[in-house]
Design a protein around this ligand. Sequence first.
Ligand code: FAD
Ligand code: FES
Length: 347
Amino acid sequence: MAPGPQGISGIDGIDGIDGIDGIDGARAWRHLHLFAFSQERFKESGAASDFNTITRRRDRASRRPPSTLACVQYTAAMPIDLSVEVIANHPLSADYNVLALAAPAIGAAARPGQFLRVKAGRGHDPLLRRPFSVFEVLRDAGGTPTGVSILSKRIGASTSRIYDARPGDLVACLGPLGRPFSIVDPPDEAWMVAGGVGLAPFATLAAVLGARGVHSTLFYGARRAAELFYLDFFRGLGVELVLTTEDGSAGEPGRIVAPLDRRLASRAAAAGVMIYACGPEGMLAATAKTAAQHGRPCQVSVERIMGCGLGGCYSCVVPVRSDDGRFHHVRSCIAGPVLAGDRVQWD
Ligand SMILES: Cc1cc2nc3c(=O)[nH]c(=O)nc-3n(C[C@H](O)[C@H](O)[C@H](O)COP(=O)(O)OP(=O)(O)OC[C@H]3O[C@@H](n4cnc5c(N)ncnc54)[C@H](O)[C@@H]3O)c2cc1C
Ligand code: FES
């Protein structure tokens, strides 16, 4: 298959393995990308050149300017599709590991909150690549990106292959994908709320926030102390840690939204706080509702099952509220995974 621009060599199910032999992968990928965008009207956002803002028909008719929260933003940046080498595999526990991948171009393009579609091992099982947040952008001594890592929790076939991958193995990797977090500036503070493997997008976010001089706090909940990872990494970035475990073996016993709620209640209304959340859907819903009760903005990174990650299959839709109060569905792979928490219908 002829590689396309930026090393594009195929997409899930269209690189000669799924009975679609002979279709050029780069062309097929482009068609899928164009198909995804043909589903909506879009126009360039003034806020970021590589993200497009979709205005609803009603907004166009009334010529109302789109606001950040009044509309859904879709990523239009071109992802990179590569077969990349495993640099290292660090097991963190019996189920969690960090897989480092030699993908400098993806590392250079990735922004906090974006994700990759990854498939380790050969063969058709699993058929489709799986989505993983960009955990770290790996850099050499001079700061030049050398790759990316993913933090993986083993729950099925694909994550088992990722857990078992060895240095030198080749891994299919497409990215960066999706809409990233919007980053605040000082004097606003950033409060990151992570549940379990929902820690994954916050390593890159904390690094970017630190470089901007934003004071950051990580509210991090897990089942037990042994599943709280990378604490020294975050401390090293100057991030304040608030920890909870369900069994009480570290930090406060219980769920992470409880200390978040208390902190928000004691916070002066005039002090700017942006809340970023990633984790199980129940935790995201509780975080978004708590943030809304305290009148604070909240960005959530949703995790829906994703078939294509490119806007073509509609397996990942999430109901969100429009300005007129009505709900419609957006594809979280291109409108998200980062969405405004107060716009998602959680029930
Ligand atoms: C944008 C995004 C980012 C993600 N980032 C990470 C990450 O950084 N690290 C990580 O470990 N995981 C992440 N996930 C979840 C990860 O994609 C799934 O764990 C993975 O697809 C499971 O693949 P598998 O083949 O091992 O398991 P499968 O055999 O596909 O699934 C095992 C079981 O888990 C369920 N399941 C699979 N995916 C999901 C999902 N997204 N939500 C709820 N249930 C699911 C299946 O229905 C099944 O019951 C992310 C998901 C999304 C959408
Ligand atoms: S449309 Fe296919 S995963 Fe979102």
